[in-house]
Write a protein that binds this ligand. Sequence first.
Ligand code: FA5
Length: 351
Amino acid sequence: MQHEAQNEILDEILASSSLEELQTVKTKYLGKNGLVTSQLKEMGKLSPEERKAKGAEINALKTSLEGAVEARKEVLEQAALEAKLHSEAIDVTLPALHFPVGGLHIISRILADLEGMFGRLGYRTVLGQEVEDDLHNFDALNIPWFHPARDLWDTFWMTDGRLLRTHTSPMQIRYMLEHTAPLRITVPGKVYRYEATDATHESMFHQLEGLLVGDNIRMSDLKGTIAEIARGLFGPSTKVRFQPSYYPFVEPGADFSVWWENPRGESKWLELGGCGMVHPSVFRAVDDLREALGKPRTYEGKTGFAFGLGAERIAMLKYGIPDIRYFYQNDLKVLGQFRGELETLSILEAL
Ligand code: FA5
């Protein structure tokens, strides 16, 4: 084979830019049906002298090509390895990516804080149902259908006669039907009122109900409990005020407020919730219902107190939020301000 032809093949080998291409070139010249191999096969037709000379020539060509293929293969393999290392490289000096994950809604936090505080006072958290009936939401709470106090709670009625609970108080009845005194529970949850919304009123909001029943429970126990919680929420020197109020299911009844001062110098009494001593009519209604269910009457002669806190009002007070409607507009600019530091996980922490 002529010198130029050999050089051309060598160029072709050098020009192959991938291992696959190189393999194709190799097969073309050195494969079973390749050019070099077929020349070797042709040698049978030559005279012994010619065969000797030609054989040496073809073998030299073969060795040279094999060497070139091997050299090119090494180069290409090294390049492939480098490309792979490059594409998989991790720059550990880059700052970690931060993926903000959601945080608890501010109302969930307030309710969780309250649950913790009441838990330390020995209260058990129970959940009620949002779709209630007349009996538990009103009748058994000493609010019969003809009672004008029903107007205090504008109600969403369902077509089947049931209703969306207007307060968490129905759970007082449900719990006493199933359990005997002594007991102490809190009931956090959503409540609904058919009323126009404004800066301090929503048609869906959250309450935390409390009920404690035992023997010789007094109004001072109630006042002490509420004061303890108010100070837990707003600081140890928080002033708490009780004012007489009317709720058919307690007697006496009261509203409680805290003295609210903010850095701008505004200060006023802000109402947080209602409370009072459980009305004997409520105990009687529970005993009647228990009896109808074949259970012993156990609430006669018991004493207890109950209260209902508005969670949104507490959050507004604690964080200086001027309008209750911010809570449910789901604007992340607002909600994001109340997300704790801990809830921003870096990618490294998340892995
Ligand atoms: C009640 O719902 C009684 N069940 C509370 C109670 C329980 C009294 C046990 C005695 C014994 P009231 O309607 O006042 O009471 O609501 C209680 C609290 O819920 C209010 O003080 C206020 O903080 C909050 N609240 C009432 N209406 C709204 C509203 N539309 N939007 C936001 N918060 C409200």
